[in-house]
Design a protein around this ligand. Structure first.
Ligand code: URA
Length: 257
């Protein structure tokens, strides 16, 4: 992807909107006086080297989300604020949930309720620091009565997740539940697909059960479901180690910086 090509396009066909990622990279170029013209090279250097530029992008992604009016969810009485993804824009691992619930809507942070506590515990058991990875949702506004988001809402919100993923370019994604699974592979069943890798562009996606689903189980089913989730997370970490040797130490609980 060359920035020049995209800019050229706007001159020849002014009605073509520049992709959000390109617009953001043009802002970054301007702000930091970057001479490089290749978007992939700029992003790679931002991910590998430059914390200042990552902070700029992180804040801009949040500001852009706050201006989003792509669907009416943010107008509902069930909605207090948008819930952006949080964590590190250079994380090789991204976790994607469905959408904010009551606690997330109140605090403006993803996965901070009971399901979030379970998720944090799973990550800690794997020696992963949740602050060192990136956690987000398919939709960023709480739906009324915490219902499943509609296809229309998911589509309308997709530019936000696409922007996050194109900046982060993670190696491995853990899709938590049916909504993120179907975002990448429409028409899929989480019961059938969990534990099976999906390769989507450059991403390796591991679908697993949503932590809220785990919390609703009892007895033998609970044991089975917990085991499945544990295996899926372990397989995701194993794949991460294969694809990107050395990255695990950067997201571990023991790393200080
Ligand atoms: N469930 C989700 O899917 N996302 C959250 O952020 C919290 C609960």
């Amino acid at each position: 992807m060359a920035l020049e090509d995209d800019i050229q396009q706007t001159f020849t066909a002014v009605e073509i909107e520049l992709p959000e990622t390109i617009k953001l990279l043009l802002e970054l170029k301007d702000k930091f006086n970057i001479k490089e013209f290749n978007a992939d090279t700029i992003l790679k250097s931002v991910r590998d080297e430059d914390a200042q530029k990552r902070i700029f992008l992180y804040n801009r992604i949040r500001e852009l989300l706050n201006t989003c009016r792509s669907c009416p969810l943010c107008l509902s009485d069930w909605h207090t604020q948008k819930v952006p993804g949080e964590g590190q824009l250079n994380s090789p691992l991204v976790l994607i949930g469905e959408g904010p619930g009551l606690d997330e809507d109140k605090l403006g942070r993803p996965f901070v309720g009971r399901a979030g506590q379970l998720l944090t515990t799973i990550l800690e058991k794997l020696n992963i620091n949740r602050e060192k990875i990136y956690i987000t949702n398919v939709i960023k506004c709480r739906p009324p009565q915490n219902r499943t988001p509609t296809q229309k809402e998911i589509k309308a919100c997709s530019h936000n997740l696409e922007l996050e993923l194109s900046i982060i370019s993670p190696k491995v994604i853990i899709a938590l539940g049916a909504v993120p699974l179907n975002y990448f592979k429409p028409g899929s069943s989480i019961m059938r697909e969990r534990g099976n890798w999906i390769v989507h562009g450059d991403f390796w996606i591991m679908p697993t059960f949503h932590p809220a689903y785990v919390l609703r189980q009892h007895g033998k089913t609970l044991t089975k479901v917990k085991w499945a989730v544990w295996q899926d997370f372990n397989n995701a970490i194993k794949k991460l180690t294969e694809l990107s040797p050395g990255t695990l130490s950067k997201i571990s609980l023991d790393t200080k910086e």
